[in-house]
Design a binder for this molecule. Structure first.
Ligand code: HEM
Ligand code: HEM
Length: 227
């Protein structure tokens, strides 16, 4: 008996999906804890985010095809061509991030990393300071705290653009990108004909996550030992 061809194809691996929804939660926790002055929680959420970002960078080098930077960072000419096609109503589908979205992903990762990096040297002007704040002068720490606040506004702007873009694909292009970020699967009709996605083994993700968490934990311990 002939089997029906699969109509849904896996495009996102579990690490990417967990990474995505975890950073959404951690961003909310980081904002809320800073607003309320829960600095211990702020530190823990920030360091968890750092571990996840380090993991994501490593996964972008050795992870599954759709996770790799080489798969979704295209030269500017290709990005412009893609955007022109999009405006002209072309129906071009991508298994992973499209050429414009790819750079947005890199920008999001970069600003989040900058936020954590400045947070490590920040202080609340009262009794809390980031784990590496005592490595720099008080003046420098205060300046980095200001930059930390500024970068957060930039994050909000990028996240807003990100959500508007996802909404655009859904409402204007009829392409729901959110569901695949939850289930991992896209409809075959919304994928290129030629598809060759290789999924990296999960134990490699776990190994990379352990190393990333180790680095974040080491930074936290450095903070305690500086005191
Ligand atoms: C709140 C903060 C958010 C941040 C910082 C964020 C960040 C990111 C990042 C870094 C990626 C790339 C994933 C990867 O390759 O590792 C991504 C992809 C994606 N995000 Fe978000 N995201 C946020 C919120 C949301 C929300 C609320 C939604 C849903 C409405 C959403 C929907 C998506 C989708 C659908 C993709 C995949 C896009 C594609 O198919 O190319 N994101 N996001
Ligand atoms: C290890 C990581 C982090 C450390 C040690 C840290 C530390 C700090 C410190 C010391 C302050 C000053 C608090 C005050 O003035 O009362 C602060 C403020 C803040 N942090 Fe962080 N932070 C970290 C990560 C993050 C992350 C990941 C986010 C969000 C993405 C974030 C968002 C904020 C916001 C929104 C403020 C308030 C800024 C303002 O009022 O101008 N932080 N953080």
């Amino acid at each position: 008996m002939d089997r029906e061809p699969e109509t849904r194809v896996r495009v996102w691996d579990i690490p990417i999906r967990l990474f995505h929804w975890s950073i959404v939660v951690l961003l909310c926790v980081s904002w809320f804890s800073a607003e309320q002055g829960y600095m211990r929680a702020h530190l823990v959420s920030g360091l968890t985010l750092l571990a996840l970002l380090l993991f994501r960078i490593a996964w972008g080098l050795v992870g599954s095809t759709t996770a790799r930077f080489s798969n979704f960072l295209h030269p500017p000419r290709r990005v412009v061509g893609y955007l022109k096609g999009l405006a002209g109503g072309d129906k071009i589908f991508h298994a992973g991030h499209n050429p414009a979205g790819g750079w947005m992903v890199l920008a999001l990762i970069a600003v989040l990393l900058a936020q954590v990096a400045t947070g490590l040297f920040a202080n609340d002007g009262v009794r809390f300071h980031g784990p590496l704040a005592l490595l720099v002068s008080e003046d420098a720490s205060t300046r980095l705290t200001d930059i930390h606040g500024l970068i957060f506004n930039f994050i909000l702007l990028l996240v807003w653009c990100h959500i508007v873009a996802v909404g655009f694909y859904l409402l204007v292009k009829g392409d729901n990108l959110v569901w695949p970020m939850i289930t991992g699967k896209k409809h075959r009709a919304r994928l290129p004909a030629e598809l060759n996605i290789v999924f990296t083994r999960l134990y490699i993700a776990l190994l990379l996550l352990a190393v990333s968490a180790g680095i974040a934990a080491w930074i936290m311990i450095q903070g305690d030992s500086i005191l």
